[in-house]
Design a protein around this ligand. Structure first.
Ligand code: S3P
Length: 445
């Protein structure tokens, strides 16, 4: 599918966001490890969560989807059965890294594999600490997938771990916390800065003994394994995905005269760094009806178009908006003045090298951008010329961000291979259309 998007008149209306991708992944997997039947509402049905569900089927887990309500018959932490072939994690590093932790706890043999793009993502970041716990797991010579996990003898506990993560990563943290369920003693993980903490909130709600703390000013989490690892089933409604909302927020900011309301958006403070950065740029975004539900904060966002100024982003803020740089870079391109992103080398290890690919594609749209090893600089002029075909490099977030750029650009923008958007936000084009954006889809959804 190819998507052409043109400068639109003001966007108006309300959108309710689909379920959060990170929480959906966790909900499906943790429910599979629970004892009993879980019921999860507002589950994100998308490419990447499909990879998780298919893998769970291959591991003997029964689940059913009724619209966006997911029911899962839990098999218990030790109940995953060895799959017949390699588990296909598709494009989803979240699926691969979290499943590796769950399989380590279960002691189940499996091979984890995925698309060529997933085979390029770094897996040594889970392999090294898992091996330190005594998990029999190997990656390929480059520290990448496929990953091969051998069975662990019944009754043999894993070694507890004290581990300082070199890079803040919720996927690594989740993988190791799941493995730690099968350790003999408490495991402590220390991060340079707190990554998204959905796993901690959800596992605690399922009865796992978890304690947050600090080691030399850095955030830590300690999991004390129980002798009988029984996880209570989940009954929850997943909040709307802030990372999907990010594209609609920026769309409303850059299409002059817009006013848009986004309903039921997850506002976990480890996820909302983009809001803080946009506020610093002068954006008019109001949080309304803030409420706490099932351990997560959510609210409605009212966004009004307006002029933006450049801003600097580095340090812990990078972690709080790690998935939002494609959307943020588009906001920076429409702002006036210099926007500087640094200490963000981690962006090179996402679905694409998000520093290289963002810089190359924004340049095609006439944006002044300079690539750095650990970030980028955008010199915003308040206008984006557009008038080009852009390649999302197989990256769903890049595809959506470039489409948003087309909305405010002087000339139409064509996003090639745009179907990749459905990895995380299958309703993106429908939502944009509902708000009044001028889009032309060629080649089917
Ligand atoms: C995720 C964590 C982040 C994020 C990814 C989802 C998660 O990755 O980029 O889209 O659900 O835990 P890292 O853990 O690699 O930072």
């Amino acid at each position: 599918m190819q998507l052409t998007i043109q400068r639109s008149s003001a966007l108006h209306g309300e959108i309710t966001l689909p379920g959060d991708k990170s929480i959906s992944h966790r909900a499906a997997l943790f429910a599979a490890l629970a004892q009993g039947e879980s019921r999860i509402e507002n589950f994100l049905v998308s490419g990447v969560t499909g990879a998780m569900l298919r893998s769970l089927t291959a591991l003997g887990v029964h689940w059913g989807l009724d619209g966006t309500t997911l029911s899962v018959a839990g098999r218990g932490v030790e109940g995953l059965v060895p799959p017949e072939g390699a588990l296909d994690c598709g494009n989803s590093a979240t699926t691969m890294r979290m499943l590796a932790g769950a399989l380590a706890a279960a002691g189940t043999a499996a091979v984890l594999d995925g698309t060529p793009s997933l085979r390029r993502r770094p897996m040594d970041r889970i392999i090294t600490p898992l091996q330190a716990m005594g998990v029999p797991i190997q990656a390929g010579p480059q520290g990448t997938a496929p990953l091969a996990l051998q069975a662990r003898p019944v009754g043999q506990a894993l070694r507890a771990l004290y581990y300082e993560l070199p890079v803040a990563s919720a996927q690594v943290k989740t993988c190791l916390l799941l493995a730690a369920l099968a350790a003999g003693d408490p495991t402590t993980l220390v991060e340079p800065s707190l990554s998204r903490d959905h796993t901690e909130r959800m596992l605690a709600s399922m009865g796992v003994a978890l304690r947050s703390g600090q080691v030399d000013g850095r955030p830590s989490v300690t999991l004390s394994p129980a002798e009988a690892i029984d996880l209570a089933p989940l009954r929850m409604t997943i909040p709307g995905d802030f990372s999907a909302a990010a594209f609609l927020i920026v769309a409303a900011l850059v299409a002059p005269g817009s006013e848009v309301v986004l309903r039921g958006v997850g506002l976990n403070p480890t996820r909302t760094g983009l809001l803080a950065s946009l506020w610093e740029m002068g954006a008019e975004i109001k949080v309304e009806n803030e409420r706490v539900y099932a351990g997560e904060t959510l609210g409605d966002l009212r966004v009004r178009a307006g002029s933006l100024q450049g801003v600097s982003v580095s340090g812990g803020r990078v972690v709080d908006m790690i998935d939002e740089f494609p959307a943020f870079a588009v906001a920076a391109a429409f702002a006036r003045g210099r926007t500087e992103v640094s200490q963000a080398e981690e962006l090179r290890f996402k679905e694409s090298d998000r520093i290289g690919s963002l810089c190359a594609e924004l340049r095609k749209l006439g944006v002044q951008v300079e690539e750095h090893r650990d970030g980028f600089v955008i010199e915003g002029t308040g206008e984006v010329p557009g008038g080009a075909q852009v390649d999302p490099n197989g990256d769903h977030r890049l595809a959506m961000a470039l489409a948003v750029a087309g909305l405010g650009a002087e000339n139409p923008v064509t996003v090639l291979e745009a179907g990749i958007m459905s990895e995380s936000f299958p309703e993106f084009t429908t939502a944009m259309g509902q708000l009044g954006a001028g889009l032309e889809v060629e080649g089917g959804q």
